[in-house]
Design a binder for this molecule. Structure first.
Ligand code: F3S
Length: 652
């Protein structure tokens, strides 16, 4: 009898990520809470409890404590509630679930959302609670049909169909095809997660060949139940939550050449799968003994299970580490070793930075040398394969990840992420053309994955620029949501135009029109500011559609008009300086920032045909204030009024 574990079984990317976040939060804060159990697996939950990760039912129970939103995600209202109570919120919503939330959130009020899935499942509850439109959870096509028949949705509605990530892909395709054929108005998004699909395909493939399938997972895990359903179509199947639940007597009825398959749901930890594997292995060995098989052939069989050959994947336990290599135990007669270069891609990492005695790691056999009883293994090749799969998921989800720049190479830099070399071309580093890439060396950077290929052992390309752009876009979106007239900013002059200057106020540049630069008369903006100057500005108006902000650099406390109306009044005779001459009169400065107009008819008692022949710029004149328009901030002056009153005064 042979035991075979399905190629894809156990923790998926989203669950693994949630557990890593929870464990590191528990290590940091001493204790961390989760809203509901972090994953649907009672054994993993108990293990997490031991590490300080505790489940609560209501957000209010998290008062003043850190709380994790689990990979299923939560409804918007719940997220708000959580933020009110928890001291820190760590969002472990799986990026694939988040994608569905985004689709739901983008729907306008009045649209209709259909979610194929289990309406009681927390993921579906979260999706339904992420939208302002009316949402319906349906289990099959009949329920979709009934929505149309009962008039809950009609053909004029904007309707969208999505699926719970763990929904059976073949059923999703069938129901969405039928929906599209019958109700062309429905927009369909395939949101079934590939991790689920791959686990189902691998389980099916193994179940076809196996005489018995053991499906391991939490009793409340819907994706594990689905795996058991699939396997039971092809062979005898048992569903267990741990090794203790295996009905061991079942082995007795199997033929000696049978395959016993093991698969596990996305929330089943690797150690549970290992325990099931070991228990089955023991039982098969025992059964074989009882059948009085030849001990030598049994031993041979046992050794063949542990026989090493080039390319075999093994679990290796680290026994010791030195500068050059790690010695490992792989359950075979050979002593395994992994040289530093086969442990990691990071040229700066030491062996003890990567593994320590007692660690159990995945490795692949590179060479077996029976003459000296050793086996050379590689960890980085396994990491590379696992990493490529993971980075493919990261690429598809659009998630931003973080790694350290390990090397500057021709045309870019290399970032090591989970032991994978990610090439970031110079044009994607965010360093301006001609800038020094060396400045990034050994620095942590955030980036997105833009290409993953399996060619030549795998090639992964990343972009820091795209990650930066996402941050900037988010800042801009927030800026437009929160901007207000009257809001103050400290900005930097970015460019100077004839009509004003552009000022960098953070996520956007705003325009200060020339007239809004200062209270005084301005010829050209460059007479007032230069590029790089820091200035205080206030928002005058803005247009989120056209993405324009109009700013003013005038300080309201220095408003010269306020000073003018406080000190001067109609009838005052004052001295003013001519600052400009036009066809209809001359402007004269009364105080800096306030000019009055001497209309051509107010220049003299005589008829004036050429103002320039009577007045010149810079000339100081005696004038009388004949009008003040406080609404329009205008002052009318007259020289003529003084001429007319002069004889009377003389007579007096
Ligand atoms: Fe996420 Fe798919 Fe797992 S949606 S939580 S990676 S099954």
């Amino acid at each position: 009898m042979f035991i075979e574990v399905a190629d894809k079984a156990g923790f998926c990317f989203g669950v693994k990520r949630a557990i890593e976040l929870a464990e590191s939060a528990a290590a940091k804060y001493g204790e961390v809470l989760t809203l509901g159990e972090l994953i649907h697996n009672e054994h993993a939950v108990a293990e997490l409890e031991r590490k300080g990760v505790h489940a609560v039912v209501n957000a209010s129970e998290a008062e003043g404590k850190p709380l994790i939103i689990r990979s299923h995600g939560v409804a918007r209202k719940v997220a708000e509630e959580v933020r009110k109570h928890a001291s820190t919120v760590i969002d472990a919503t799986c990026p694939f679930v988040k994608k569905i939330h985004d689709i739901a959130a983008a729907l306008p009020e009045g649209a209709k959302l259909i979610v194929l899935g289990d309406r009681e499942h927390p993921e579906v509850v979260g999706i339904v609670g992420s939208t302002d439109c009316t949402a319906f959870a349906c289990r099959n096509f009949d329920e979709i049909e009934s929505l149309f028949e009962r008039g809950k949705i009609d053909e004029n509605d904007e309707a969208v169909l999505v699926a719970q990530t763990t929904f059976d892909r073949s059923r999703f395709l069938e129901y969405s095809r039928k929906t599209a054929e019958k109700y062309g108005c429905v927009r369909i998004y395939d949101t079934v997660c590939d991790a689920t699909v791959k686990r189902q395909e691998c389980a099916r493939e193994l179940a076809i060949r196996a005489a018995l399938m053991i499906v391991v997972g939490g009793s409340n895990s819907s994706n594990t139940r689905k795996l058991a359903d699939i396997c039971s179509e092809y062979c005898k199947t048992v569903f267990v939550t741990s090794a203790d639940e295996i009905p061991l007597q079942i082995v007795k009825g199997l033929r000696s050449d049978s395959i016993v398959g093991i698969t596990a749901g996305a929330s089943t930890p690797a150690y549970t799968i290992k325990e099931v594997h070991e228990r089955m292995n023991e039982e098969i060995t025992k059964t074989t003994n009882e059948n009085e098989e030849d001990f030598a052939s049994l031993l041979e069989q046992d050794q063949s299970f542990n026989r090493l050959y080039t390319g075999k994947r093994v679990k290796a336990t680290v026994v010791s580490v030195s500068k050059k290599e790690a010695v490992v135990e792989v359950g075979a007669k050979q002593t395994g070793y992994i040289v530093r270069e086969e442990l990691t891609n990071d040229p700066n990492a030491e062996v003890e930075d990567i593994v320590k005695p007692g660690d159990v790691i995945d490795a692949v056999v590179v060479k077996v040398d029976d003459s000296v009883g050793t086996a050379a293994l590689s960890k980085k090749r396994v990491d590379a394969q696992l990493g490529l799969e993971k980075l493919q998921i990261v690429k598809e989800s659009g998630e931003t990840i973080e790694g350290t720049v390990a090397q500057v190479v021709k045309g870019g830099v290399i970032v090591i992420y989970e032991n994978i070399r990610v090439f970031i071309p110079a044009s994607h580093t965010g360093v301006p053309r001609g800038g020094k890439l060396d400045d990034l060396l050994k620095k942590p950077v955030k980036f997105k994955i833009i290409e993953v290929t399996n060619e030549r052992g795998g090639r992964v390309v990343g972009s820091i620029r795209q990650a930066n752009k996402e941050v900037r876009d988010a800042e801009r979106a927030k800026f437009w949501e929160t901007i207000e007239v009257g809001q103050k900013f400290e900005g930097e002059v970015r460019s100077i135009e004839n009509y004003g200057v552009f000022v960098d106020i953070g996520p956007v540049d705003g325009l200060v029109h020339t007239a809004d630069l200062t209270w005084n008369r301005v010829g050209h903006p460059k007479d007032i500011v230069k590029i790089g100057d820091k200035i205080s500005v206030v928002v005058k108006s803005y247009d989120p559609e056209k993405k324009r902000v109009s700013l003013s650099a005038k300080d309201p406390d220095d408003n010269p008009w306020t000073k003018f109306v406080a000190e001067y009044q109609k009838g005052d005779v004052i001295k003013a300086t001519v600052v400009s001459i036009t066809e209809f009169g001359a402007f004269a400065q009364i105080i800096p920032g306030v000019d009055g107009l001497i209309h051509i008819s107010q220049i003299s008692t005589e008829r004036v045909t050429s103002i320039a022949s009577v007045l010149s710029v810079g000339q100081e004149v005696d004038v009388k204030i004949i009008d003040i328009d406080e609404e329009k901030n205008r002052v009318s002056l007259s020289i003529k009024a003084l001429m007319e009153s002069a004889p009377a005064e003389e007579e007096e």
